[in-house]
Design a protein around this ligand. Structure first.
Ligand SMILES: Cc1cc2nc3c(=O)[nH]c(=O)nc-3n(C[C@H](O)[C@H](O)[C@H](O)COP(=O)(O)O)c2cc1C
Length: 170
């Protein structure tokens, strides 16, 4: 017998990424996303589904850029902070203590504490449902040497599906 289920539960485990956007010289922001995946190797494209009403979406309307920052295992609480608070009301760099640092080719800052950074230029936007799918071309990708040498651990989602998080609206 087959029974009805919440589809997201069967997409688990998903990764968590900290997207940065905006302009380091002006307003910049961090958003936690898990709806993020590679969608082409040549050209190198990444698709991110972003809530239509979130602050990050507003910033990216202007800059057409974002950075996918890959968090470390020890950054779990910051991942959740950036996923439960909006840049409309808080400065997430200030509140988390994460360090914004100039990126190589885009105006948004990287999060210095993260393991790796993929700088992207938005090439296409697709309306889905409650999200906009942003297709970004990866124009730069670099990582902390300690990660490449496997001296630090990247964050991977573990354990049971966190139903509470994914049943809340985001
Ligand atoms: C674990 C986790 C995963 C999330 N994944 C996404 C996602 O893939 N896309 C999205 O738009 N929001 C996602 N969110 C919610 C946003 O991070 C949240 O709405 C955030 O407050 C938006 O911030 P902003 O208004 O500063 O842009 C996620 C939240 C958590 C905790």
């Amino acid at each position: 017998m087959k029974v009805e289920v919440e589809y997201l539960e069967f997409m688990w485990p998903m990764r968590h990424f900290l997207l940065t956007c905006g302009d380091i010289a002006g307003k910049s922001n961090i958003i936690t996303i898990s709806f993020c995946m590679p969608v082409s190797k040549e050209p190198p494209l990444i698709a991110c589904a972003i809530g239509k009403n979130c602050y990050s979406r507003e910033l990216m309307k202007n800059t057409k850029e974002f950075i996918v920052n890959v968090p470390l295992e020890e950054m779990k609480s910051k991942i959740y902070y950036c996923g439960f608070h909006s840049g409309y009301t808080v400065n997430k760099f200030k509140e988390t203590g994460l360090t914004p640092k100039a990126a190589r080719k885009v105006k948004a800052p990287i999060i210095d504490e993260c393991a790796a950074h993929i700088e992207c230029k938005i090439r296409k936007e697709i309306e889905t449902g409650d999200k906009i799918l942003l297709i970004g071309e990866a124009i730069e990708a670099y990582a902390d040497e300690a990660i490449v040498k496997m001296e630090k651990e990247i964050e991977y989602a573990k354990g049971d599906f966190p139903r509470k998080i994914y049943s809340s609206r985001f």
